[in-house]
Design a protein around this ligand. Structure first.
Ligand SMILES: Cc1cc2nc3c(=O)[nH]c(=O)nc-3n(C[C@H](O)[C@H](O)[C@H](O)COP(=O)(O)O)c2cc1C
Length: 305
């Protein structure tokens, strides 16, 4: 099966990207993962200032996946430009890079786009509008506030010609409206979904397992949540969709394509097996060969011409 696909004015050699926050800025995993075999990667979310993130422990496991409260730990805008983007520009050529951005104010997103737009090393931006673990910001994420969502996406749109993805939340009571808002504000694609808020308690003490208390659920438990979100989004926009949540096996990626995603992202699966993304690419080739499917694009529902 041919896995390459044209989107956002670029060719993706296959539809498998590493999800934001699960591969650093590429360099951190490059000794183990052959990034150039992937469709692409999304960086850790960058904020204006460096952030240490939330108190440890930040990650724990349960039968259905992972709960994390990393809290957007990242080196900040200046260090990302100085140390991270030059490495990506030099080492990641065939795989497409999106830089993920996170702010605790609307203006933060504008400053981040303005600060990074002139640099080399990446194709576009993914706006993280849906992090459940931003203690500094507090309150619901921007993706659940239509007015803020519209202002951020349209303001970023006005500041860059690069492809702009909006990453949305799974716990959205009116996802269709959110999808239409992001579309009308000028996004080029939508990423669904971020982690869903959750809590795990220690069996003995009843204390939260994570240092910050609650966190975001990812992994297999998120697969049906992400699929539902992608299918619903498909009904409300013609934009390309990126499906994320619980992707591990070829069948998971194919399910996202059938729901309407043109690309998929792999997050938690890489923690158990760092080369999960590469395995998925090979698995998809085998999946198509075994079924006589000629091209990935054939199974993507609603793919705009
Ligand atoms: C440890 C960890 C850190 C994450 N950091 C980010 C982040 O910085 N920005 C972001 O948009 N999503 C972040 N995510 C969410 C993932 O990109 C993805 O949306 C989510 O984990 C669901 O995919 P999965 O089930 O394949 O892990 C993080 C997830 C995990 C597990």
């Amino acid at each position: 099966m041919r896995l390459d696909i044209e989107l956002f004015g670029a060719r993706f050699q296959n539809p498998v990207l590493l999800a934001a926050g699960t591969c650093g800025f590429g360099q951190e995993v490059a000794e183990v993962v052959d990034l150039e075999k992937l469709g692409g990667l999304v960086t850790k979310s960058v904020t204006i200032e460096p952030r240490n993130g939330n108190p440890a422990p930040r990650v724990t496991e349960f039968a259905g996946g992972m709960l994390n409260s990393v809290g957007l730990a990242n080196p900040g805008l200046a260090a990302a430009r100085r140390d991270k983007l030059p490495w990506l520009a030099a080492h990641v050529v065939k795989a497409r890079v999106f830089v993920s951005l996170a702010g605790h104010t609307i203006e933060d997103y504008f400053r981040l786009v303005e600060g990074l737009d002139g640099d080399a090393g990446f194709l576009g931006f993914e706006l993280n509008l849906s992090c459940p673990n931003d203690a500094k910001r507090g309150g619901p994420p921007f993706a659940l506030d239509s007015a803020a969502l519209a202002e951020i996406v349209s303001g970023c749109r006005a500041r860059t010609q690069r492809p702009l993805l909006a990453k949305l939340a799974p716990n959205d009571p009116d996802l269709g409206k959110t999808v239409r808002t992001a579309t009308d504000a000028g996004a080029d694609g939508l990423t669904l979904v971020n982690t869903i808020p959750g809590l795990l308690l220690r069996a003995g003490s009843g204390e939260p397992e994570l240092g910050a208390g609650p966190g975001g659920v990812s992994g297999p438990a998120l697969l049906p949540v992400g699929l539902r979100a992608v299918r619903e989004a498909r009904e409300h926009t013609r934009l390309p969709l990126l499906g994320v949540g619980g992707v591990l096996a070829p069948a998971d990626a194919v399910a996202y394509a059938r729901a309407g995603a043109a690309l998929v992202q792999v997050g938690t699966a890489s923690f158990a097996a760092p080369r999960a993304g590469e395995h998925l690419v090979r698995g998809l080739e085998r999946w198509g060969r075994a079924r006589g499917v000629a091209a990935w694009g054939e199974i993507v529902r609603g793919l705009a011409a």
